[in-house]
Design a protein around this ligand. Sequence first.
Ligand SMILES: *Cc1c(COP(=O)(O)O)cnc(C)c1O
Length: 343
Amino acid sequence: MQEFECEIGRFLDIDPKKVVTVNTGTSAVHLGLVACGIEKGDEVITPSFNNIADFQSIVALGGEPVFCDVRSDDLTIKVEEAESLITPKTKAIIGLDYGCSLMDYEALLAVAQKHGIRLLYDAAHSFGSVRENGVKVGGSEDLCTFSFDPVKNLTCIDGGAVVYHDLEEAQKAKHMRMLGQHQSQELLNSNSRSWTYDVDSVGFRYHLANLHAAIGLKQLEKIEFMKSRRREIFDRYQNGLQGLSGLYLPPKEDLDNVFPFIYVVRVLGGRRADFIDHLKGLGVETGMHWQAGHRFTHFKSFRRGPLPVTEEIVEQIVTIPMYPDLKDDECQKVIDSIRSFFA
Ligand SMILES: *Cc1c(COP(=O)(O)O)cnc(C)c1O
């Protein structure tokens, strides 16, 4: 586990002590929100278009998600609107990168700083991407969370990490991921254990098992290959699917920076179900990331801003296959299958 943290630190060009690996991306978001000090009644602004993990983590702390809309171009948070949703109860904002697009982190950070609240950067989609300032995602931002679940760009089968700016917060998180147990660092460093320990904080059983860390270390060795292969597939789709009326593609990205994650198209005109059936009939499996958070029974009573883009896109999005092992002819089959639907 420590070796994996060191390698992530090296990869991101940061002090490895800032990296706290955990058992899932959900645990990472949860621990990140603990660092934000979220307690009962505190509001956390999040896109409604987000992973359930984030909503559940807010609610688990007694907090209240406040649902914000996303931009229609890249489906990341609308920054001005997030600002307009801030009230005295707001403790934090969650922003995330989506698919093959990076959010405007600097603009969202400026809003958070102006209002004296924390920003949690959920970078589950963008491990290995590079921001415009030339720094890798997670290399400079405070409270950045990653997921290493089976479909993410880097996987440990199951795993996650939080990157903290503040070494003291990182140290606290290391106690929290081990049920709040606090053992002397010297003993831990010497690889022995004391039979006595103190419990000095709230705690969870969130540590990353060494078995998973070992898988993560191996995956990390292959990351440049996986990145370039995903870029090739992204390019093939962008070129092969152009010019179909009734289909929106993801925005063109500067592929020097982005490590493409999921490839999400939007099927217009209420034809999504037919589109999915058509592809399925041709042997092409699709996915859907995500349904809108504010529509789920468990979250529908929470406050929200206007959500016109979210309402529209959740009826249109379809995730098509993209993973490093996808062969060129399989990629072409996906393209041909989609083109035949619109023919
Ligand atoms: C995958 C994901 C998570 C949760 O990560 P797990 O490892 O599946 O728990 C959180 N946020 C986003 C944006 C994700 O895509």
